[in-house]
Design a binder for this molecule. Structure first.
Ligand SMILES: Nc1nc2c(ncn2[C@@H]2O[C@H](COP(=O)(O)OP(=O)(O)OP(=O)(O)O)[C@@H](O)[C@H]2O)c(=O)[nH]1
Ligand SMILES: [Mg+2]
Length: 1028
């Protein structure tokens, strides 16, 4: 087949029934790009000899050097299947975890996916992730089991063993799908039950509970991968071959005279060919017979490999070549590398492109078959239900699913799009999925006024492009149902956008991102004068990359946040070469920490139990330390309660910091979305508006409440959940402000749950309620240890006294509690009898000095009361925090490493050196590969992947994904206190303190004061014995 002409593709674009938009998904290195090469070669775009070696869609230099894909790329291919001609818009996605956001965008654009699995490695973490992403986007997957050649050549399995192995892999993949399916059915069922419950309440009471989970009734057989369903292809992309059982069924039905349908059903499975009876029988395994798949399919491939690659038997090869009826060129058969001959034979005998593309055309849906469910999901953002959307919007759904004919239709056209890629030259591009026809000259011509709708702007598209891998073809018009590039949106789109000709179209739901951006670096240009170029470049990068975040920190630094080390490298390269085109320098990665408090330890650093007196000693110490901090406005009692008065003496707050149980912190951390919704609802309730929230979000909120209640048990937490005042920082973080003020009943944060019944009773907020919350937010945003956000801390406000607005006239009024009352009463009478009486008692001059006339005149010099209260609460929280044992929390990666047995030891070595902790280790059945799952602090992860690769000669490569925050057990402020600790650590206790090291590093970076001894060894060393 020659190079498909542009006209051909344009004509194919007009027939959406024969368009397939698909992406290739897999774990890293499972052979996506290699497979894509074979498909591209089938269109004559690259030579088939180079297929698998060129990796055509890895067009970037760094992709070629590193051998991994970093950006998705799209290409349009043509394929004739039967008497139909198809247009395939193919997107090759990266498999490395750092780029999983690229996968999210790719799945959003497609209607189907080819999931590739390595026949040796089987289902890997990213395989599960991509299957889930495809599931969440409601797109249909088909499976390619790749690298079957490795089973023959590397693992040296027999064909029978290989069959068992392949069966296992299929089971693994189906297990993932099964889990996804079950959870969906259960969820739907829960939703249905609730509706029924509501209806049931209305109608009658006698309902019999239905115990079945609903799983039995739902037919899920079409979801699973099975060769007899035609949605599985076995392949070796690098050798250019691949087949589905249809292919062999076709051959053998001719050759053996067995019906094709029978073969289709029996070629995969526990069937064997009985020579005597000349029939296909069941129960191969039980009778010890060769299954049909082994006998008729695998054996042929095995003997071919045996002849060509393993034994290099020329005669046999010739025999095979003639029996297969393929032609081999002389230079191929003489080539020193047997793989060349092998691919020459295989690519004619079982061309992988044909197997995969036929399956794609038959099994994947066309854009016309887009599920109604998917459209609804796309359009109902956040808590909204689809049927609560305006009618005009709901109408668009039919527009999106209606069959768009060739040409253009202007009624209610919806042009939906996702920004994909921004390059500087050629002009800025965005690949879009057009759901209805768009014509260039008209662009977006909605006549309605759009200015008052937030985040909505009008733009016109300047260019439309066909994406052809490394090249672009400019097009005049693109009919609906295609993947294409759009130029001229640079000014309008930040990261992603929904394009529509109708302003009624809501923005589509945000993409499901699996990776969290966690690695941050500060960036600056080499030459300071080039700052504007850098700023512009960073803006473009922000647009082009779905996952990278660009921000300016309070310090004025330009910060880039990326998902991981490899992603960071790519973003920097992009900035240098494409977007900013200047020399830049990046700081060392800034590693995030969290600050928290813990319960007082029960044992000391040498694992001796802390007795009562020693504990007293510790408390004593804390006291001593805090005494230094105490002033006349601040008071700290031995139970950790901090009382602080505002400078104008009007308000006093008492705050205590309590560590939250770990599970509760984790729950808050993972429910930030729910808390955010809760906050939005409360905000609108406070403003007197009512927000139309869906049952599902309400349910999520009440779930959260119930879970919190079950986690916060015990005397200390009695009624705590009801008393929650706010979450923080930023109002949705994993810290809690608790209202323990006696006599202050404020409306609960959960009030949206009991809307209707209690809303009227709810008491009003006290004045300055908001200031207390703001003070808490500030305190939670940066802690006292190194100004990092807090996590898992509960601040319980136990006292909050506000005196009425009349400002006290005397600065020293607090001293005499008994006289305070009188003081306020008489406050307006300057120089009253009482004051003068006292003044007489004290030396007159001293009294004057203390009274400071400007203070007496007004309290205004301290600023507004709300501001003072914010500062007071913030300070009180900080001191309360410091009164507890403080700890740092480190961000942790989970890390999955596949390694062979012989390099296992080295992997453990590297992990140990970097403070990693192995969670479990498992042997992959049938191989000598081990999967190791470990956790590793982000702070120690830089260069980890490289080190592992080097130490194991490239045999193991880790995948790092951010997982959670973990308390670092050592106390950064630790000094020896008990006898044993002195003995063990010595007076100076200068052994390594990891937490202190981290804390000081952060403090130094932020320009904070770092307490360090400069002269470490100025004294003569004494032996411990003398010291005692
Ligand atoms: N033995 C064997 N190796 C293969 C096969 N297919 C691909 N490979 C090799 O696997 C490695 C990775 O292939 P790629 O195609 O780059 O994998 P990928 O899935 O695109 O990787 P990422 O895009 O980085 O996720 C390359 O070294 C290929 O040569 C195959 O069928 N058999
Ligand atoms: Mg790739």
């Amino acid at each position: 087949m020659g190079h498909t002409s542009l006209e051909k593709i344009i004509s194919l674009q007009r027939n959406p029934a024969n368009i397939r938009n698909l992406c290739i998904l897999a774990h890293v290195d499972h052979g996506k790009t290699t497979l894509a090469d074979c498909l591209v070669a089938s269109n004559g775009i690259i030579s088939s000899r180079l297929a698998g070696k060129l990796r055509y869609l890895d067009s970037r230099e760094d992709e070629q050097i590193r051998g991994i894909t970093m950006k998705s790329s799209a290409i349009s291919l043509h394929y004739s299947h039967g008497d139909q001609e198809y247009l395939l818009n193919l997107i090759d996605s990266p498999g490395h975890v750092d780029f999983s956001s690229e996968v999210s965008t790719a799945v959003r654009l497609c209607d189907g996916a080819v999931v590739v699995v390595d026949a040796v490695e089987g289902v890997c973490p990213q395989t599960q992730v991509v299957l889930r992403q495809a599931w969440l986007e409601n797109i249909r997957p088909v499976l390619v089991i790749n690298k079957i050649d490795r089973l023959v050549v590397e693992l040296k399995l027999t064909s029978q063993e290989a069959y068992t192995h392949l069966k296992k892999i299929l089971e693994q993949v189906n297990a993932v799908t099964g889990t996804l399916f079950t959870s969906k059915v259960l969820e739907e069922r829960a939703g249905k039950e609730e509706e029924e419950e509501k209806e049931g309440e209305k109608s009658s009471g006698d309902q019999v509970y239905d115990w079945s989970a609903g799983l039995e009734e739902v037919d899920d057989s079409h979801l699973y991968f099975s060769p007899d369903q035609g949605n599985v292809v076995f392949a070796s992309a690098i050798d250019g071959w691949g087949f589905s059982i249809q292919h062999f069924a076709h051959i053998y039905s001719e050759r053996m005279g067995i019906k094709k349908e029978v073969l289709l059903k029996t070629l995969w499975g526990d069937f064997y060919l009985s020579m005597k009876a000349k029939r296909i029988m069941k129960g191969a395994q039980a009778k010890g017979k060769k299954p049909l798949f082994v006998q008729l399919v695998l054996d042929n491939i095995w003997s071919l490999y045996d002849a060509v690659v393993i034994r290099r038997d020329k005669e046999k090869v010739e025999k095979v070549v003639t029996s297969l009826g393929v032609k081999v060129m002389a230079r191929d058969s003489r080539h020193s590398d047997p793989k060349v001959l092998l691919s020459a034979i295989c690519s004619q005998w079982l061309p992988v492109s044909q197997a995969v593309l036929s399956m794609v055309c038959e099994k994947l849906p066309s854009p016309l078959e887009m599920a109604a469910e998917r459209v609804e999901k796309l359009m109902s953002v956040g808590a909204r239900r689809f049927d609560s959307l305006p009618e005009q919007t709901q109408h668009l759904k039919t527009g999106m699913r209606r069959s768009p004919s060739a040409g253009s239709r202007r009624d209610g056209d919806t042009l939906t799009g996702w920004q994909r890629r921004a390059t500087e030259s050629p002009p800025t591009l965005r690949a879009c999925h057009l759901q209805d026809s768009a014509q260039l000259p008209e662009g977006c011509s909605a006549s309605d006024d759009v200015s008052e709708i937030p985040h909505l702007s009008r733009c016109s598209m300047e260019n439309l492009y066909l994406l052809m891998g490394r090249e672009l073809e400019e097009l005049q018009e693109v009919p609906a149902g295609n993947v294409l590039g759009i130029g001229g949106l640079e000014e309008f789109v930040l990261k992603s956008a929904t394009l529509s000709t109708s302003p009624a179209c809501p923005p589509f739901t945000p993409l499901n991102f699996e990776a969290t951006p966690i690695v941050r670096v500060a960036i600056e240009p080499k030459h300071p004068s080039e700052m504007p170029k850098l700023v512009r470049g960073m803006r473009l990068l922000n647009q082009a990359d779905p996952c990278a975040e660009v921000l300016i920190q309070e310090t004025g630094e330009h910060v880039l946040v990326t998902a991981g080390e490899v992603h960071l490298q790519r973003c920097l390269d992009d900035l240098r070469e494409r977007f900013a085109k200047i020399e830049i320098s990046a700081s060392e990665p800034i590693i995030p920490f969290r600050e928290t408090v813990v319960r007082p330890p029960k044992v000391d650093m040498v694992n001796e139990e802390l007795g009562k007196q020693q504990k007293v000693a510790i408390i004593h110490q804390v006291k001593e330390a805090s005494q230094g901090r105490s002033s006349d406005t601040l008071h700290l009692d031995s139970s950790g309660l901090v009382t602080l008065t505002t400078p104008n003496r009007l308000a006093t707050v008492g705050v205590r910091a309590i560590p939250l149980p770990q599970e509760a912190t984790r729950l808050l951390e993972s429910s930030s979305e729910v808390i955010r919704t809760l906050e939005q609802v409360n905000m609108s309730l406070r403003e007197g508006k009512s927000l139309d929230i869906s049952v599902r979000s309400l349910e999520a909120i009440s779930d959260l409440k119930a879970q919190l209640e079950s986690l916060l048990q015990g005397r200390k937490w009695r009624n705590a959940v009801e008393r929650i005042w706010a979450f923080g920082p930023r109002r949705y973080g994993p810290n809690i402000l608790l209202n323990s003020v006696e006599g202050y009943q404020r409306p609960s944060v959960w009030q949206c749950l009991s809307r209707g019944d209690k809303a009227s009773e709810a008491t009003a907020l006290r004045d300055f309620d908001n200031s207390v919350v703001s003070g808490f937010q500030l305190a939670a945003l940066s802690g006292p240890m190194c100004e990092e956000p807090l996590m898992g801390v509960c601040f319980s406000v136990e006292r909050w006294d506000v005196q009425s607005a009349a400002p006290p006239q005397r600065q020293d009024s607090v001293e005499e509690d008994s006289t305070r009352h009188e003081a306020t009463v008489e406050s307006n009478v300057e120089g009253s009898s009482e004051t003068s009486a006292r003044a007489e008692g004290v030396a007159a001059g001293q009294s004057h000095a203390r009274r400071r006339p400007e203070v007496a005149a007004s309290s205004d010099c301290y600023g507004p009361v709300s501001g003072q209260l914010i500062a007071a609460v913030k300070e009180a929280c900080r001191h309360a925090f410091q009164a507890q044992p403080q700890r740092l929390m480190a961000a942790m990666y989970t890390c999955e490493i596949m390694a062979t047995a012989d390099v296992l030891g080295r992997v453990y070595g590297v992990l140990g050196k970097r403070e990693g902790r192995v969670l479990h280790e498992e042997m992959k059945e049938g191989t000598d590969m081990f999967t190791i799952k470990a956790v590793l602090p982000v702070a120690e992860s830089f260069g980890f992947a490289d080190e592992i690769r080097k130490r194991t000669s490239g045999l193991a490569s880790p995948q790092l994904v951010f997982s959670h925050w973990e308390v670092i057990s050592s106390d950064p402020y630790w000094v020896p206190t008990t006898e044993e600790e002195y003995l063990h650590f010595g007076e100076k206790a200068d052994s390594e303190n990891q937490a202190l090291k981290y804390m000081n590093a952060v403090r130094r970076r932020k320009g904070l004061y770092v307490e360090e001894k400069i002269v470490e060894h100025a004294e003569k060393q004494r032996t411990l014995g003398k010291n005692k």
